[in-house]
Design a binder for this molecule. Structure first.
Ligand SMILES: Cc1ncc(C[n+]2csc(CCOP(=O)(O)OP(=O)(O)O)c2C)c(N)n1
Ligand SMILES: [Mg+2]
Length: 409
Protein backbone atom coordinates (compact mmCIF):
# COMPACT_ATOMS: atom_id res chain seq x y z
CA UNK A 1 0.00 0.00 0.00
CA UNK A 2 1.41 3.42 -0.99
CA UNK A 3 1.24 6.66 1.06
CA UNK A 4 -2.29 8.03 1.68
CA UNK A 5 -3.56 10.42 -0.95
CA UNK A 6 -3.74 14.07 0.15
CA UNK A 7 -7.54 14.07 -0.16
CA UNK A 8 -7.79 11.04 2.17
CA UNK A 9 -5.58 12.75 4.75
CA UNK A 10 -7.68 15.90 4.61
CA UNK A 11 -10.87 13.85 4.92
CA UNK A 12 -9.53 12.09 8.02
CA UNK A 13 -8.16 15.17 9.76
CA UNK A 14 -11.40 17.17 9.37
CA UNK A 15 -13.68 14.60 11.02
CA UNK A 16 -15.46 15.86 14.19
CA UNK A 17 -13.25 13.52 16.27
CA UNK A 18 -10.11 15.12 14.82
CA UNK A 19 -11.42 18.59 15.62
CA UNK A 20 -12.22 17.50 19.16
CA UNK A 21 -8.72 16.00 19.51
CA UNK A 22 -7.16 19.31 18.40
CA UNK A 23 -8.94 21.36 21.05
CA UNK A 24 -6.73 22.48 24.00
CA UNK A 25 -6.23 19.99 26.81
CA UNK A 26 -4.52 20.46 30.16
CA UNK A 27 -0.79 19.64 30.03
CA UNK A 28 0.04 16.16 31.30
CA UNK A 29 2.36 15.92 34.33
CA UNK A 30 6.04 16.15 33.38
CA UNK A 31 6.76 12.40 33.66
CA UNK A 32 3.98 11.55 31.19
CA UNK A 33 5.34 13.82 28.49
CA UNK A 34 6.88 12.45 25.34
CA UNK A 35 10.65 12.50 25.08
CA UNK A 36 11.68 15.61 23.13
CA UNK A 37 8.55 17.54 24.10
CA UNK A 38 8.95 21.17 25.15
CA UNK A 39 9.86 21.33 28.84
CA UNK A 40 7.29 22.78 31.22
CA UNK A 41 7.76 26.55 31.45
CA UNK A 42 9.21 28.05 34.61
CA UNK A 43 6.90 30.27 36.64
CA UNK A 44 7.97 33.21 34.46
CA UNK A 45 9.39 31.88 31.20
CA UNK A 46 10.65 35.31 30.17
CA UNK A 47 12.68 35.79 33.37
CA UNK A 48 16.18 36.99 32.50
CA UNK A 49 15.18 37.68 28.90
CA UNK A 50 13.02 40.77 29.11
CA UNK A 51 14.73 44.15 28.97
CA UNK A 52 14.10 46.60 31.79
CA UNK A 53 11.12 48.86 31.12
CA UNK A 54 13.41 51.90 31.05
CA UNK A 55 16.68 52.13 29.12
CA UNK A 56 19.79 51.80 31.28
CA UNK A 57 21.24 55.23 32.02
CA UNK A 58 24.27 56.13 34.16
CA UNK A 59 24.54 59.85 33.30
CA UNK A 60 21.63 62.23 32.96
CA UNK A 61 21.45 64.38 29.80
CA UNK A 62 23.52 67.13 31.44
CA UNK A 63 26.34 64.70 32.31
CA UNK A 64 25.48 64.43 36.00
CA UNK A 65 25.99 60.88 37.33
CA UNK A 66 22.96 58.86 38.37
CA UNK A 67 23.08 56.29 41.21
CA UNK A 68 25.55 53.48 40.44
CA UNK A 69 24.15 50.10 39.37
CA UNK A 70 25.50 46.75 40.45
CA UNK A 71 24.35 45.04 37.25
CA UNK A 72 26.09 47.58 35.03
CA UNK A 73 29.35 48.67 36.70
CA UNK A 74 30.87 51.87 35.37
CA UNK A 75 33.85 51.22 33.04
CA UNK A 76 37.30 52.29 34.33
CA UNK A 77 38.13 55.96 33.94
CA UNK A 78 40.90 55.25 31.40
CA UNK A 79 38.36 53.53 29.14
CA UNK A 80 36.05 56.55 29.45
CA UNK A 81 38.81 58.98 28.52
CA UNK A 82 39.63 56.86 25.49
CA UNK A 83 35.93 56.76 24.62
CA UNK A 84 35.82 60.56 24.74
CA UNK A 85 38.98 60.91 22.61
CA UNK A 86 37.70 58.58 19.90
CA UNK A 87 34.25 60.20 19.92
CA UNK A 88 35.78 63.64 19.33
CA UNK A 89 37.98 62.31 16.50
CA UNK A 90 34.99 60.35 15.15
CA UNK A 91 32.80 63.46 15.02
CA UNK A 92 35.53 65.40 13.21
CA UNK A 93 35.95 62.53 10.74
CA UNK A 94 32.19 62.54 10.13
CA UNK A 95 32.11 66.29 9.38
CA UNK A 96 35.07 65.88 7.05
CA UNK A 97 33.45 62.99 5.18
CA UNK A 98 30.28 65.07 4.68
CA UNK A 99 32.41 67.94 3.31
CA UNK A 100 34.11 65.52 0.90
CA UNK A 101 30.74 64.66 -0.67
CA UNK A 102 30.22 68.37 -1.39
CA UNK A 103 33.62 68.54 -3.06
CA UNK A 104 32.79 65.56 -5.26
CA UNK A 105 35.49 63.42 -3.62
CA UNK A 106 33.00 60.96 -2.14
CA UNK A 107 29.94 59.62 -3.95
CA UNK A 108 27.75 59.28 -0.88
CA UNK A 109 28.12 59.40 2.91
CA UNK A 110 25.69 58.26 5.61
CA UNK A 111 26.54 60.40 8.63
CA UNK A 112 26.45 59.03 12.17
CA UNK A 113 26.60 62.42 13.88
CA UNK A 114 24.74 62.12 17.19
CA UNK A 115 25.43 58.38 17.35
CA UNK A 116 29.05 58.73 18.54
CA UNK A 117 28.45 56.95 21.85
CA UNK A 118 27.14 53.88 20.00
CA UNK A 119 29.68 53.96 17.18
CA UNK A 120 32.69 54.21 19.49
CA UNK A 121 31.23 52.43 22.54
CA UNK A 122 30.41 49.45 20.33
CA UNK A 123 33.92 48.88 19.05
CA UNK A 124 35.58 49.67 22.41
CA UNK A 125 33.58 46.86 24.01
CA UNK A 126 35.20 44.21 21.82
CA UNK A 127 38.79 42.98 21.44
CA UNK A 128 40.86 43.44 18.28
CA UNK A 129 40.58 39.72 17.60
CA UNK A 130 36.77 39.76 17.90
CA UNK A 131 34.75 40.30 14.73
CA UNK A 132 32.69 43.39 13.84
CA UNK A 133 29.85 43.30 11.29
CA UNK A 134 29.06 46.90 10.30
CA UNK A 135 26.39 48.49 8.12
CA UNK A 136 26.92 51.44 5.76
CA UNK A 137 26.28 53.73 8.80
CA UNK A 138 29.36 52.52 10.71
CA UNK A 139 32.23 54.42 9.04
CA UNK A 140 32.92 56.19 12.33
CA UNK A 141 32.94 52.88 14.23
CA UNK A 142 35.50 51.47 11.81
CA UNK A 143 37.81 54.46 12.12
CA UNK A 144 37.48 54.15 15.92
CA UNK A 145 38.54 50.52 15.48
CA UNK A 146 41.78 51.85 14.01
CA UNK A 147 41.11 51.22 10.31
CA UNK A 148 42.61 53.84 7.97
CA UNK A 149 39.80 56.32 7.11
CA UNK A 150 40.77 56.34 3.42
CA UNK A 151 40.28 52.56 3.38
CA UNK A 152 36.98 52.94 5.23
CA UNK A 153 35.69 55.37 2.58
CA UNK A 154 36.81 53.27 -0.42
CA UNK A 155 33.40 51.67 -0.92
CA UNK A 156 31.70 55.07 -0.75
CA UNK A 157 33.94 56.35 -3.56
CA UNK A 158 32.43 53.81 -5.92
CA UNK A 159 34.96 51.02 -5.66
CA UNK A 160 33.70 47.45 -5.64
CA UNK A 161 35.78 46.30 -2.68
CA UNK A 162 35.75 47.55 0.88
CA UNK A 163 39.25 49.04 1.02
CA UNK A 164 40.59 47.05 3.96
CA UNK A 165 41.35 43.38 4.41
CA UNK A 166 38.34 41.98 6.33
CA UNK A 167 40.21 38.90 7.55
CA UNK A 168 43.17 40.92 8.82
CA UNK A 169 41.02 43.60 10.46
CA UNK A 170 38.46 41.06 11.71
CA UNK A 171 35.84 43.41 10.28
CA UNK A 172 33.33 42.45 7.59
CA UNK A 173 32.76 44.82 4.66
CA UNK A 174 30.18 47.51 5.43
CA UNK A 175 26.87 45.97 4.52
CA UNK A 176 24.31 47.82 2.38
CA UNK A 177 21.71 45.04 1.92
CA UNK A 178 19.83 45.43 5.18
CA UNK A 179 20.32 42.81 7.92
CA UNK A 180 22.33 40.31 5.87
CA UNK A 181 25.22 40.87 8.31
CA UNK A 182 23.05 39.37 11.10
CA UNK A 183 23.23 35.98 9.42
CA UNK A 184 26.93 36.32 8.60
CA UNK A 185 27.69 37.22 12.23
CA UNK A 186 25.76 34.18 13.53
CA UNK A 187 27.61 31.85 11.16
CA UNK A 188 31.02 33.26 11.92
CA UNK A 189 30.48 33.24 15.68
CA UNK A 190 29.21 29.67 15.56
CA UNK A 191 32.25 28.62 13.52
CA UNK A 192 34.69 30.28 15.91
CA UNK A 193 33.07 28.65 18.95
CA UNK A 194 33.01 25.29 17.15
CA UNK A 195 36.76 25.58 16.75
CA UNK A 196 37.21 26.26 20.44
CA UNK A 197 37.97 29.97 20.25
CA UNK A 198 36.33 32.57 22.51
CA UNK A 199 35.75 35.13 19.73
CA UNK A 200 32.66 37.34 19.93
CA UNK A 201 30.89 38.82 16.88
CA UNK A 202 29.40 42.29 17.22
CA UNK A 203 26.66 42.92 14.63
CA UNK A 204 25.47 46.50 14.20
CA UNK A 205 21.94 46.95 12.87
CA UNK A 206 19.47 49.81 12.46
CA UNK A 207 15.90 50.06 13.78
CA UNK A 208 14.36 49.69 10.30
CA UNK A 209 16.43 46.63 9.47
CA UNK A 210 14.98 44.72 12.45
CA UNK A 211 11.89 44.27 10.23
CA UNK A 212 13.96 42.22 7.76
CA UNK A 213 13.80 38.44 7.67
CA UNK A 214 17.57 38.10 7.90
CA UNK A 215 17.57 39.80 11.31
CA UNK A 216 15.12 37.21 12.66
CA UNK A 217 16.89 34.28 11.02
CA UNK A 218 20.26 35.41 12.32
CA UNK A 219 19.03 35.96 15.88
CA UNK A 220 17.18 32.65 15.89
CA UNK A 221 20.16 30.68 14.59
CA UNK A 222 22.48 32.32 17.10
CA UNK A 223 20.04 31.55 19.94
CA UNK A 224 19.46 27.90 19.03
CA UNK A 225 23.16 27.18 18.48
CA UNK A 226 24.39 29.49 21.27
CA UNK A 227 26.55 31.48 18.86
CA UNK A 228 28.43 34.27 20.69
CA UNK A 229 26.93 37.29 18.90
CA UNK A 230 25.98 40.68 20.29
CA UNK A 231 23.23 42.22 18.17
CA UNK A 232 23.52 45.95 18.66
CA UNK A 233 20.45 47.82 17.42
CA UNK A 234 21.03 51.53 16.97
CA UNK A 235 17.50 52.84 17.11
CA UNK A 236 18.08 56.27 15.56
CA UNK A 237 14.30 56.67 15.09
CA UNK A 238 14.28 56.63 11.28
CA UNK A 239 14.74 54.26 8.37
CA UNK A 240 15.42 56.89 5.70
CA UNK A 241 12.08 58.80 5.99
CA UNK A 242 10.12 56.07 7.81
CA UNK A 243 9.72 56.92 11.52
CA UNK A 244 9.85 54.23 14.19
CA UNK A 245 6.08 54.49 14.75
CA UNK A 246 5.52 53.22 11.18
CA UNK A 247 8.15 50.52 11.57
CA UNK A 248 6.92 48.54 14.55
CA UNK A 249 4.18 48.27 17.15
CA UNK A 250 6.57 46.61 19.63
CA UNK A 251 7.04 48.60 22.87
CA UNK A 252 10.80 48.29 22.37
CA UNK A 253 12.97 46.73 19.68
CA UNK A 254 14.73 44.88 22.51
CA UNK A 255 11.54 42.80 22.84
CA UNK A 256 12.40 41.22 19.52
CA UNK A 257 15.10 39.15 21.24
CA UNK A 258 12.73 37.63 23.79
CA UNK A 259 10.75 35.59 21.26
CA UNK A 260 13.93 33.81 20.29
CA UNK A 261 15.09 33.23 23.87
CA UNK A 262 17.78 35.92 23.68
CA UNK A 263 18.39 38.13 26.74
CA UNK A 264 17.95 41.74 25.72
CA UNK A 265 18.44 45.20 27.19
CA UNK A 266 17.65 48.81 26.34
CA UNK A 267 20.18 51.57 26.86
CA UNK A 268 20.23 55.34 26.49
CA UNK A 269 22.32 55.47 23.33
CA UNK A 270 23.42 59.06 23.97
CA UNK A 271 24.87 58.17 27.38
CA UNK A 272 28.39 56.97 26.49
CA UNK A 273 29.07 55.54 29.97
CA UNK A 274 25.88 53.44 29.91
CA UNK A 275 26.46 52.27 26.32
CA UNK A 276 29.91 50.96 27.18
CA UNK A 277 28.72 49.41 30.48
CA UNK A 278 25.81 47.57 28.82
CA UNK A 279 27.88 46.38 25.88
CA UNK A 280 30.66 45.20 28.21
CA UNK A 281 28.12 42.98 29.93
CA UNK A 282 26.61 41.77 26.65
CA UNK A 283 30.05 40.87 25.28
CA UNK A 284 31.01 39.08 28.53
CA UNK A 285 27.75 37.08 28.34
CA UNK A 286 28.48 35.97 24.78
CA UNK A 287 32.15 35.24 25.49
CA UNK A 288 31.27 33.09 28.50
CA UNK A 289 29.36 30.75 26.19
CA UNK A 290 25.81 31.81 27.12
CA UNK A 291 24.85 32.59 23.52
CA UNK A 292 23.72 35.84 21.93
CA UNK A 293 22.64 39.08 23.60
CA UNK A 294 20.60 41.89 22.06
CA UNK A 295 21.02 45.56 22.95
CA UNK A 296 18.74 48.34 21.74
CA UNK A 297 20.29 51.80 22.02
CA UNK A 298 17.95 54.78 21.88
CA UNK A 299 19.72 57.45 19.89
CA UNK A 300 19.04 59.88 17.05
CA UNK A 301 20.34 60.47 13.54
CA UNK A 302 21.14 64.22 13.64
CA UNK A 303 21.77 64.51 9.90
CA UNK A 304 19.79 63.32 6.89
CA UNK A 305 19.93 59.62 5.95
CA UNK A 306 22.78 60.43 3.54
CA UNK A 307 23.93 63.58 1.75
CA UNK A 308 21.45 62.57 -1.01
CA UNK A 309 18.45 62.89 1.34
CA UNK A 310 16.53 65.97 2.54
CA UNK A 311 15.34 65.26 6.09
CA UNK A 312 13.42 68.55 6.36
CA UNK A 313 10.74 66.95 4.17
CA UNK A 314 9.73 64.46 6.83
CA UNK A 315 10.74 65.73 10.29
CA UNK A 316 10.45 68.96 12.27
CA UNK A 317 13.35 71.16 13.24
CA UNK A 318 12.01 71.14 16.84
CA UNK A 319 12.53 67.41 17.08
CA UNK A 320 16.14 67.70 15.93
CA UNK A 321 16.71 70.60 18.35
CA UNK A 322 15.42 68.54 21.30
CA UNK A 323 18.04 65.88 20.55
CA UNK A 324 20.80 68.50 20.33
CA UNK A 325 20.41 68.90 24.11
CA UNK A 326 21.26 65.21 24.56
CA UNK A 327 24.58 65.46 22.74
CA UNK A 328 26.72 62.46 23.75
CA UNK A 329 30.09 64.19 23.32
CA UNK A 330 29.21 67.17 25.53
CA UNK A 331 27.64 64.81 28.06
CA UNK A 332 30.79 62.76 28.53
CA UNK A 333 33.01 65.82 28.54
CA UNK A 334 30.98 67.44 31.35
CA UNK A 335 31.15 64.24 33.39
CA UNK A 336 34.89 63.69 32.95
CA UNK A 337 35.66 67.34 33.75
CA UNK A 338 33.54 67.15 36.92
CA UNK A 339 35.43 64.02 37.96
CA UNK A 340 38.68 65.89 37.49
CA UNK A 341 40.07 63.51 34.85
CA UNK A 342 39.79 65.89 31.87
CA UNK A 343 40.92 69.54 31.79
CA UNK A 344 41.18 72.38 29.26
CA UNK A 345 44.64 71.28 28.15
CA UNK A 346 43.52 67.68 27.49
CA UNK A 347 40.40 68.84 25.62
CA UNK A 348 42.50 71.18 23.45
CA UNK A 349 45.06 68.45 22.72
CA UNK A 350 42.33 66.03 21.61
CA UNK A 351 40.71 68.72 19.43
CA UNK A 352 44.08 69.35 17.81
CA UNK A 353 44.57 65.64 17.19
CA UNK A 354 41.11 65.47 15.57
CA UNK A 355 41.97 68.44 13.33
CA UNK A 356 45.20 66.78 12.19
CA UNK A 357 43.29 63.56 11.52
CA UNK A 358 40.80 65.43 9.28
CA UNK A 359 43.57 67.34 7.47
CA UNK A 360 45.40 64.11 6.68
CA UNK A 361 42.19 62.53 5.37
CA UNK A 362 41.43 65.60 3.23
CA UNK A 363 44.93 65.54 1.79
CA UNK A 364 44.85 61.85 0.89
CA UNK A 365 41.34 62.03 -0.58
CA UNK A 366 42.56 64.53 -3.19
CA UNK A 367 43.98 61.65 -5.23
CA UNK A 368 41.48 60.25 -7.66
CA UNK A 369 40.53 56.67 -6.80
CA UNK A 370 42.07 54.24 -9.27
CA UNK A 371 38.85 52.50 -10.26
CA UNK A 372 38.66 50.84 -13.67
CA UNK A 373 34.94 50.84 -14.63
CA UNK A 374 35.45 47.54 -16.45
CA UNK A 375 36.43 45.87 -13.16
CA UNK A 376 32.70 45.99 -12.38
CA UNK A 377 32.36 42.88 -14.51
CA UNK A 378 35.20 40.93 -12.86
CA UNK A 379 34.60 38.33 -10.16
CA UNK A 380 30.84 38.14 -10.81
CA UNK A 381 30.86 34.58 -12.13
CA UNK A 382 33.74 32.16 -12.72
CA UNK A 383 32.46 31.98 -16.34
CA UNK A 384 30.88 35.32 -17.39
CA UNK A 385 27.38 35.00 -18.84
CA UNK A 386 26.75 36.09 -22.46
CA UNK A 387 24.82 39.11 -21.09
CA UNK A 388 27.80 40.22 -18.99
CA UNK A 389 30.16 39.82 -21.93
CA UNK A 390 27.83 41.99 -24.03
CA UNK A 391 27.44 44.65 -21.33
CA UNK A 392 31.19 44.75 -20.73
CA UNK A 393 31.77 45.36 -24.44
CA UNK A 394 29.15 48.12 -24.42
CA UNK A 395 30.87 49.93 -21.51
CA UNK A 396 34.29 49.46 -23.10
CA UNK A 397 33.05 51.01 -26.37
CA UNK A 398 31.46 53.96 -24.53
CA UNK A 399 34.66 54.64 -22.59
CA UNK A 400 36.72 54.46 -25.78
CA UNK A 401 34.34 56.90 -27.52
CA UNK A 402 34.57 59.29 -24.54
CA UNK A 403 38.34 59.31 -24.55
CA UNK A 404 38.37 59.86 -28.37
CA UNK A 405 36.08 62.89 -28.09
CA UNK A 406 38.21 64.25 -25.21
CA UNK A 407 41.25 63.94 -27.46
CA UNK A 408 39.49 65.98 -30.20
CA UNK A 409 38.63 68.83 -27.81
C1 LIG B 1 17.26 44.61 1.73
C2 LIG B 1 17.22 46.10 1.55
N1 LIG B 1 16.06 46.75 1.41
C3 LIG B 1 16.02 48.09 1.28
C4 LIG B 1 17.19 48.81 1.26
C5 LIG B 1 17.14 50.33 1.09
N2 LIG B 1 17.54 51.00 2.34
C6 LIG B 1 18.78 51.45 2.53
S1 LIG B 1 18.99 52.15 4.04
C7 LIG B 1 17.38 51.86 4.46
C8 LIG B 1 16.86 52.27 5.82
C9 LIG B 1 17.42 51.46 6.94
O1 LIG B 1 17.11 52.06 8.17
P1 LIG B 1 17.70 51.56 9.54
O2 LIG B 1 17.79 50.08 9.55
O3 LIG B 1 16.93 52.20 10.61
O4 LIG B 1 19.22 52.09 9.52
P2 LIG B 1 19.77 53.60 9.50
O5 LIG B 1 19.92 53.98 8.04
O6 LIG B 1 18.80 54.46 10.22
O7 LIG B 1 21.10 53.53 10.17
C10 LIG B 1 16.69 51.23 3.42
C11 LIG B 1 15.27 50.88 3.43
C12 LIG B 1 18.41 48.10 1.40
N3 LIG B 1 19.59 48.73 1.44
N4 LIG B 1 18.40 46.76 1.56
MG1 LIG C 1 17.39 53.93 11.66
Amino acid sequence: MGPPHVQEVLAVTTTPQAVRRASPRPRPPADERLPGATPAPAADPSAGLLPAAEPVRLLDPTGTPLPAREDYPEPPVEALRELYRRMVIGRRFDTQATALTKQGKLAVYPSSRGQEACQVGGVLAVRDDDWVFPTYRESMALTARGIDPVEVLTLLRGDWHCGYDPAQRRTAPQCTPLATQCVHAAGLAYGEAYQGRDTVALAFIGDGATSEGDFHEGVNFAAVFKAPVVYFVQNNKYAISVPLSRQTAAPSLAYKGVGYGVPSEQVDGNDPVAVLAVLNRAVAHARAGHGPFLVEAHTYRMEAHTNADDATRYRDADEVEAWRDRDPVARLETYLRARGVLDDAAVAAIAEEAEAYAADLRERMHDKPAVDPLSLFDHVYAEPTPQLVEQREQVRAELAADSDSEGER
